[in-house]
Write a protein that binds this ligand. Structure first.
Ligand SMILES: *Cc1c(COP(=O)(O)O)cnc(C)c1O
Length: 357
C-alpha cells in the first residue's frame, strides 16, 4: 500500500515554509499521511545529522563521503520514522491494538510509539533475535510472541493470530505509513544539501521500505517543484552474502526476487528472505542506474569498527554493510573520487555489541 497525494494542489506548498519548523520529520507534514486536525504521535524522530566523514573518506579516496546518522532516532534506528507515521495514522483511525512481525528494530519502534499513543502492541519476533531487541519491546509494554523461524514465519503466525480480533496491521507495505515516514529521509537529504541530491545513496536493504519511500519522495519533490528533474541519485541496495534475494534478482535481470533459503547474517535488519515490494526495489535500482551489492558479515563488522574508530559514529552492522558496499564500488571503479556518496547508518551499535566480540 502506498499513499498518494494531490501533487497539483501541493505545488502551492513552498519549501521556504520549512524555515523555523521543528527539527523532526514532521516538518514535512503536508506530504505525510495525516489529515487536518490529526496530531502526530512523535518522540522527536528524524532530522538526523548528515555528517561529512572526512577521515573515513580519505581512507577510500573519496572527497565527499557523507553519513546520514539514523542511530540518533528514538529506539536507536530509522524504524522510528516509519512507525511514528504508521501509528499516527492508526491513532487517527482509532485503532486500539497494533501488531507486526519484526526482525528487531521495527518491533522496538512500534512498541515505543504504541506506548506513546496509549495503544496495545503485539510483536512477533524470531526467537533467535538478539536479546536486546526482545527486551526492549517488553520495556515499552508490548506483548512479545517468540517465533521459531524467520521474519517471514513471524509474519504468517502474526496474520493467523490477528484474524478476527480487529488488530491494526503494521507489517511492511500492508499500510502506507511506514514507507511515508521513511521517505522523509529523502526530503531531509535534499534540504540538508541545500536542494541538491548526492550522486549515490547506499541503502542496507531488508524490506526496502526506505529505498522505495525515498524514490517516491524524489518524484514528489520534482512534481511540486522543489527539485529539478534529472538529478536523482544512483540507488544502491546492500545485503549480506547469507541473505541476498534482491542482489540475486538484480544480477539475473529478474523483476521479482522470490525467497532466499537458509537466510543467516548477524545484521538482523537484513535477515529478510523475502520482500513484498521486491519489484519496486528492483525497479528503483534499475531506473536510477544504481547497483546491488552483497557483502560478507566479516567485512561488515570490520566496517562497523571503521565507522566507529574514524568518525565516532555508533554503527549497526547494517551501517557497516553500507560502507563495505562503498568499498566494493570504489574498487570496481563505479564510484569516482569526486562524487558525493551518502551511506545510511540505519541504526546504532548498542543492540548488536555481541558481534564485536
Ligand atoms: C529494518 C532495518 C534495515 C532495512 O530497512 P528496510 O527499509 O526494511 O529495507 C536496515 N537497517 C536496520 C538497522 C534496520 O533495522
Amino acid at each position: 500500500m502506498l499513499a498518494r497525494y494531490d501533487l497539483k494542489a501541493a505545488r502551492s506548498w513552498k519549501k521556504e515554509s520549512l524555515v523555523g519548523r521543528p527539527h523532526s520529520m514532521w516538518r514535512y507534514r503536508e506530504m505525510l499521511p495525516l489529515l487536518a486536525g490529526d496530531d502526530p504521535v512523535t518522540l522527536g524522530e528524524g532530522f538526523t545529522p548528515l555528517l561529512h566523514a572526512k577521515r573515513l573518506g580519505l581512507t577510500l579516496g573519496l572527497e565527499r563521503l557523507l553519513i546520514k546518522d539514523e542511530s540518533l532516532n528514538p529506539t536507536n534506528s530509522f524504524k522510528a520514522r516509519g512507525l511514528s507515521a504508521a501509528i499516527s495514522r492508526a491513532k487517527a483511525l482509532h485503532a486500539e491494538t497494533v501488531f507486526l512481525p519484526t526482525a528487531g528494530n521495527a518491533g522496538n519502534a512500534a512498541a515505543a510509539y504504541a506506548a506513546a499513543a496509549g495503544m496495545k502492541c503485539e510483536v512477533f519476533i524470531p526467537k533467535d533475535a538478539k536479546q536486546p531487541f526482545i527486551d526492549e519491546c517488553r520495556l515499552y509494554g508490548a506483548n512479545v510472541t517468540l517465533v521459531d523461524g524467520l521474519i517471514t514465519d513471524a509474519g504468517r503466525l502474526a496474520t493467523e493470530t490477528a484474524k478476527g480480533r480487529g488488530w491494526y496491521e503494521l507489517s511492511t507495505f500492508r499500510e502506507a505509513g511506514r514507507a511515508e515516514g521513511k521517505k522523509t529521509m529523502a526530503y531531509e537529504l535534499a534540504e540538508q544539501l541545500n536542494w541538491t541530491l548526492p550522486d549515490w545513496i547506499i541503502y542496507p536493504t531488508g524490506g526496502g521500505t526506505g529505498l522505495v519511500g525515498m524514490w517516491k519522495a524524489f518524484a514528489e519533490m520534482e512534481a511540486i517543484g522543489w527539485l529539478a528533474a534529472g538529478q536523482r541519485p544512483k540507488m544502491v541496495s546492500v545485503q549480506t552474502e547469507g541473505c541476498a534475494p534482491i542482489i540475486r534478482a538484480f544480477d539475473s535481470g529478474a523483476e521479482t526476487a522470490g525467497t532466499w533459503e537458509g537466510a543467516h547474517t548477524v545484521a538482523d535488519g537484513l535477515r529478510v528472505p523475502r520482500a513484498i515490494a521486491d519489484f519496486l526495489i528492483l525497479r528503483a535500482l534499475r531506473e536510477s542506474g544504481g547497483a546491488a551489492v552483497a557483502v560478507s558479515d566479516e567485512q561488515m563488522v570490520l566496517d562497523m569498527k571503521a565507522i566507529g574508530s574514524l568518525e565516532g559514529v555508533s554503527a549497526a552492522p547494517e551501517g557497516g554493510a553500507a560502507l563495505s558496499a562503498v568499498r566494493a564500488l570504489v574498487a570496481a571503479g563505479r564510484i569516482k573520487p569526486h562524487e558525493t556518496v551518502v551511506i545510511f547508518n540505519t541504526g546504532g551499535a548498542l543492540k548488536y555489541l555481541d558481534v564485536l566480540r
